[in-house]
Ligand binder design. Structure first.
Ligand SMILES: O=c1[nH]c(=O)n([C@H]2C[C@H](O)[C@@H](COP(=O)(O)O)O2)cc1CO
Length: 183
């Protein structure tokens, strides 16, 4: 048998094209997955920026969820400050980003070929994780810091690796309608 892959595969099993989930396809499930990412962002204790991430495989199943938090077991050990005279007194050296947590918490063998829905455009460190994990698509809600070196390096990395990136910000209206019907 030829070693060349003829089909898309999930855990080694061939999957016909028609069964593959297409982000932005006719059913446009994007909105629901971004809403899930937004819901998990709400769990973050970061007082300034709460980020959620949701990884979806090619069948349209959620295989990873995460939000920005301090490392497991040290949740109360580190500050949430943005600014301090000493950077070691800020959150930045310690916080685990939403994308890292979603990839580490994956429920499948791997996340190759998956789409990551993230409420903030990934930084360069997360871009590296995304590329190395085999994720192929990034869908983001906001790009709060477009001019920073981290964001620009991230864009270069994702572009170079051929990772598709697109913005979907309409889940805000979906969520606000859920919020108001629950009141
Ligand atoms: O891709 C990301 N994923 C992620 O979880 N974060 C987190 C780290 C911080 O807790 C927060 C950013 O904080 P701030 O906006 O105050 O600088 O967002 C930040 C980025 C982008 O930098």
């Amino acid at each position: 048998m030829s070693s060349k892959r003829k089909h898309n595969e999930i855990n080694g099993d061939p999957v016909p094209d028609k069964h593959l989930y297409k982000a932005g396809g006719p059913k446009d499930d994007d909105i629901y997955f971004m809403a899930v990412a937004l819901l998990f962002a709400k769990k973050s204790l970061d007082p300034n920026t709460k980020v959620g991430a949701c990884i979806v495989n090619q069948e349209g199943n959620i295989v990873g969820i995460g939000y920005n938090k301090m490392p497991n077991g040290c949740e109360d050990e580190f500050p949430w400050e943005r600014k301090a005279e000493n950077r070691l007194e800020t959150k930045y050296p310690y916080v685990c980003h939403a994308e890292l947590n979603a990839i580490m918490n994956k429920t499948s063998m791997d996340v190759k070929g998956c789409t990551i829905y993230v409420t903030l455009y990934p930084c360069n460190e997360c871009a590296k994780l995304i590329i190395q994990s085999g994720i192929r698509h990034v869908v983001y809600l906001t790009n709060k810091y477009p001019d920073t070196e981290e964001t620009q390096a991230s864009q270069r990395l994702l572009d170079a690796a051929g990772i598709t990136q697109r913005q979907r910000n309409d889940p805000c209206s979906l969520l606000s309608s859920i919020d108001s019907s629950a009141e």
